[in-house]
Design a protein around this ligand. Sequence first.
Ligand SMILES: [Ca+2]
Ligand SMILES: [Ca+2]
Length: 372
Amino acid sequence: MASNITNPPSTLGKYCVTLTSSLVLASLVALTVQVFYFSPIDPVILEIPSSASSPSSTKNNQLQNVIKLGEGFLKQPEDVCVDKNGVLYTATRDGWIKRMVRNENWENWKHIDSSSLLGITTSKDGGLIVCDASEGLLKVTEDGFSVILSQVNGSQLMFADDVIEASDGNIYFSVGSNKFGLHDWYLDLLEARPHGQLLKYNPTLNETVIVIDNLTFANGVALSKDEDYVVVCETWKFRCVRHWLKGIDNGKTDIFIENLPGGPDNINLAPDGSFWIALVQLTSKRLGFVHTSIVCKHLLASFPRLINLINSATKSAMVLNVGTEGNIIRKFGDNEGKVISFVTSAVEFEDHLYLGSLNSDFVGKLPLPSAE
Ligand SMILES: [Ca+2]
Ligand SMILES: [Ca+2]
């Protein structure tokens, strides 16, 4: 009889439920093992200042007035600098150093064949010093490029982020992270531990020393007008740190400005001795919980395709003008990123601000008087 060779429906149903439960349980165990055991990060909670948790609350859209220089010609120009002749330079993601002479025509200047060029600065004996997050520090002149520094204490210099040259020839530069590379920057953000450094390279002695260790993503570097201190941006800490090079505090490190309304990227000295700091939006009101949940951090680190869900940096832009006392003088933004977003650098030259961005194919130019 059929009832002797088939299970009764209720028994079959229970069997199916048990099988499904077992499969779900096994999948959950596998997912948990995958997420926690193989997670590439060892995260801690990121402290987000209230000023940065809802950055779009400030009504400030002056950056929507930027003139787009070299639109379509410049792939993700992260940093900009201007030499003493007024020539504007930027390093692009496709490995070019491009420049614009005063007539506003851009040219391909030197090709470095790297997808990891970051901070740039002019050098006092001509040419530029360029950070290559894969190769180290490069010198770029009319003759081409050469490597200035590729190793620190016997190890490859990785993730050189920004650089400035002092008048005595010493080169101060940041290392974003000693653990994660440029293309894994989001893992460093999720881990939120201090893997960054500020270093000083003395070309005469061919010696590199650590100026500040344990920075939570070391980024922009600038010297004060009198070179009595150097400032380095600590992006995941929403602050900039100052190290004294002269005076009674020589050798000491203190906080220059903190509780910034975004993560500080590049910092540049303004002609009047103040600084311009570009801020990137690291979080949003809706997604702030990601940075305070260890489980979420492991999940995102294990499934990198999800990272775009929380990447808020491409949704707005903000730059600050900060005085020598760490006081905010001016703040310009594009809250919804309508014209420019993910601004990583702001350089003042002849009453204009020049803006680099990792989400643009142009350099933004903002006339300063009309922006006030
Ligand atoms: Ca720079
Ligand atoms: Ca940078």
